[in-house]
Design a protein around this ligand. Structure first.
Ligand SMILES: [Zn+2]
Length: 370
């Protein structure tokens, strides 16, 4: 779902929307527990077991949801460590000495000359899948989106918490409106006869149902993104590519699709190649062609822990490339993104067919062979 609200124009929305959302959740829980469970089920109709069970389940869910929300805010989306520029040299001047700059990744996104993506705000290189957030004012690894409802950016570090937040909200809102509807169907006539139907219960059904369709839809969308190893941003880019392709299909002057450049170190050939691929091919490079493996990259290695509000992975201490000369894998640690084996085969195929722009050397390439 794409919310094009200009948050820079209305910065107060960043506080107002999450506050309203939280108040609605508190109101819904109060209406459910007090008006439905205590007053109706326990007080009027003597359904003690059902009433107490629903009170306990909903209270626990409210506590869990609030805890996960706090966790999403405290953990934050993550911050890409600073990466100093790579030293790119002409293919004729290879050097076997120790690298004097960051050893580049085997694969990175670049321009047609091989220069990697640069973030002028952070004054550093952008690693694969990271994106500069204007709200946080730094580059966020595996940037997903800015969530106006929760009031924070969702990135690699808090994505798992975001997904289980949606899951528990779906369960909670579902219980709320289904219970209210069941209560109404069973006792609705009774209330009408006595003319004392509580308006809070109607509000509970409407709010619960609206909330449920919203969070359940978002949850399903994010599950469909995860199994394909995509972020929300990448899904938007794929959709834009489709629109672009459709728009320029009949116009032979325009390319049929946007393209990006990749710098790829082929260890078999001992050479770095600049390869042009379509933006769609590039975005799909991260798909490991296994639902489980793709989900593990977002939710953590152990599926038994997916629904628990624990960190998806143990974060390594990020090292700044300014402090010491490191290879990129060490600098990025857990923020390092890997492409699939299929993507490597695809790139090697392009090289063997001569479908590359040029070759170049990056200082330190020779250290990538082993
Ligand atoms: Zn940045």
């Amino acid at each position: 779902m794409n919310w094009n609200w200009d948050l820079n124009k209305y910065p107060q929305l960043r506080c107002v929307v999450p506050t309203v959302f939280f108040c609605l959740m508190v109101y819904g829980t109060w209406a459910f527990i007090h008006k439905l469970c205590v007053k109706q089920l326990l007080g009027r109709h003597n359904h003690h077991a059902a009433g107490i069970a629903l009170i306990v389940v909903q209270s626990v869910l409210f506590a869990v949801i609030s805890f996960i929300w706090a966790q999403i805010l405290v953990v934050g989306p993550g911050r890409q460590p600073h990466i100093a520029p790579f030293e790119l040299v002409s293919t004729n001047t290879t050097s076997e000495t120790q690298p004097t700059s960051t050893v580049p990744a085997k694969l990175y996104q670049c321009d047609s000359n091989g220069y990697p993506r640069w973030c002028s705000n952070c004054e550093g290189l952008k690693s694969l899948r990271s994106h500069h957030s204007s709200v946080a004012n730094y580059c966020i690894p595996r940037f997903d989106h800015y969530c106006i409802w929760l009031g924070t950016t969702i990135g690699k570090d808090n994505y798992k918490q975001f997904v289980i937040f949606l899951f528990y909200c779906t369960v909670s809102f579902g219980i709320m409106w289904i219970s209210a509807i069941v209560c109404y169907l069973k006792y609705g006539r009774h209330y009408q006869e006595q003319n004392n139907f509580d308006g809070n219960l109607v509000t509970l059904v409407i709010l619960g149902a609206m909330g449920w369709f919203f969070v359940a839809g978002l949850l399903l969308a994010h599950i469909s993104y995860m199994v394909r190893n995509l972020t929300s941003l990448e899904v938007i880019m794929l959709n834009n590519n489709k629109k672009f392709k459709k728009k320029h299909r009949k116009n032979s002057e325009f390319p049929t699709e946007r393209t990006v450049f990749l710098s790829f170190w082929d260890e078999d050939r001992n050479e770095r190649y600049i390869i042009e691929v379509t933006s769609t091919e590039f975005i799909k490079c991260f798909d490991k062609k296994s639902y489980l493996k793709n989900c593990q990259e977002f939710m953590g290695q152990n599926p038994l822990l997916w629904l628990f509000p624990v960190a998806a992975y143990k974060r390594t201490q990020a090292a700044s490339s300014l402090e010491k000369q490191y290879d990129l894998d060490t600098i990025l640690g857990t923020y390092n993104e890997t492409v699939s084996k299929n993507a490597i085969v695809f790139l090697k195929g392009k090289i063997s067919r001569g479908e590359y722009l040029t070759t170049l050397d990056a200082h330190g390439d020779k250290f990538l062979s082993n």
